[in-house]
Design a binder for this molecule. Structure first.
Ligand code: GZL
Length: 324
């Protein structure tokens, strides 16, 4: 299955505020065509994040864009500091993946006042003022949650017994955690046999996923399903499940999101049952968008990457072709 990343340009959005960029202002292009981008990355918490960082860095190089890269170690205050530093340095464009959805209006207003365009990539913010950024490039996390729920409903379609689910949530307050939870709940909520008996953040890391799953196993003897908001937490949970003498993928069915190589390997090995893909390979599209906003060209307000899903059989077929 060829992983296709095609840009679904959500044209005709009611907002129709296809971002028409303000003047480049002091940061908008140094006149010689050279572009400097300030990029604030969430951190290095997961295999997905590592692949996303590589995609951004490689794409900037290929596009001839000078990249000022900052790793926030999953702290919002570090991202705000980095954005302020980019403003001081008068970069031509700022891009960032907001670690959480809230608390960005002040610093984004400072960027707007400095006439430096901002691109959201990967994760969204909940600012009501959508003029604070030019576009949001990333996945539809609610849809990812729905896909996970739909597989589960199908998998247990003939069961009349209660299906006890534990959920490892992503980083508290982050768009993927909020939305993947909502999409999943929307789909399973139609049938009362599905019961989320425990739900807690594993902060998108393998270590925390293992720790929380150990606690879930201690307090819930009859877990049927684990829904983990990313592969890394699912892989940590597998260690906990095996440590408790249970068989992952059989005693406890596991659904995760991302489809990074380690996750796909566990899927092919039968330890995970289903993976919803979330592509980290956003670099090329990000650089194309950056070139446009620096030149005050119009860009879509929302660019959604198209993604797939994988069963155990499909994982075996594509494993050798995966790019991340
Ligand atoms: C999703 C991204 C999430 C991944 C995690 O776009 O923000 O953060 O699903 C990563 O693996 O840590």
């Amino acid at each position: 299955m060829l992983k296709r990343i095609s840009v679904l340009v959500l044209a005709g959005l009611t907002a129709m505020t296809v971002a028409s960029c303000g003047s480049g202002g002091s940061g908008g292009g140094s006149g010689d065509g050279a572009i400097t981008m300030g990029f604030s990355q969430v951190g290095a918490e997961s295999g997905w994040r590592t692949a996303n960082t590589k995609s951004v860095q490689d794409s900037a190089k290929n596009a001839g864009i000078t990249l000022k890269f900052s790793d926030a170690q999953q702290k919002q205050e570090n991202q705000i500091k980095a954005i302020r530093s980019f403003i001081q340095q008068k970069v031509d464009v700022i891009a960032f993946s907001p670690v959480v959805e809230s608390g960005w209006d002040t610093v984004l207003k400072e960027a707007k006042d400095a006439k430096i365009p901002v691109i959201l990539t990967d994760r969204a913010v909940d600012s009501k003022d959508t003029t604070l950024y030019k576009t949001f490039l990333g996945s539809d996390f609610v849809e990812e949650g729905r896909k996970a729920g739909k597989w589960l409903v199908e998998e247990f379609t003939s069961s009349t017994d209660p299906v006890n689910i534990v959920e490892l949530q992503g980083t508290t307050g982050s768009a993927p955690a909020n939305d993947r939870k909502a999409g999943f709940a929307e789909i399973i909520g139609a049938d009362p046999k599905f019961k989320i008996i425990a739900s807690q953040t594993g902060d998108f890391t393998r270590a925390k996923g293992k720790e929380v799953m150990e606690a879930f196993l201690k307090s819930n003897p009859d877990i049927d399903v684990l829904y983990a908001h990313n592969d890394d937490m699912g892989l940590g949970a597998i260690e906990a499940i095996e440590g408790a003498g249970k068989v992952p993928g059989k005693d406890i069915k596991i659904i995760t999101v991302d489809a990074v190589k380690d996750g796909m390997q566990a899927l092919a090995d039968g330890k995970i049952n289903y993976i919803v893909e979330c592509s980290p390979l956003l670099g090329p599209q990000l650089m194309d968008l950056a070139k446009k906003v620096v030149k005050n060209e119009q860009v879509p307000a929302r660019v959604v990457t198209e993604e797939s899903t994988f069963t155990q059989e499909q994982a075996k077929q594509v494993l050798s072709t995966r790019q991340y």
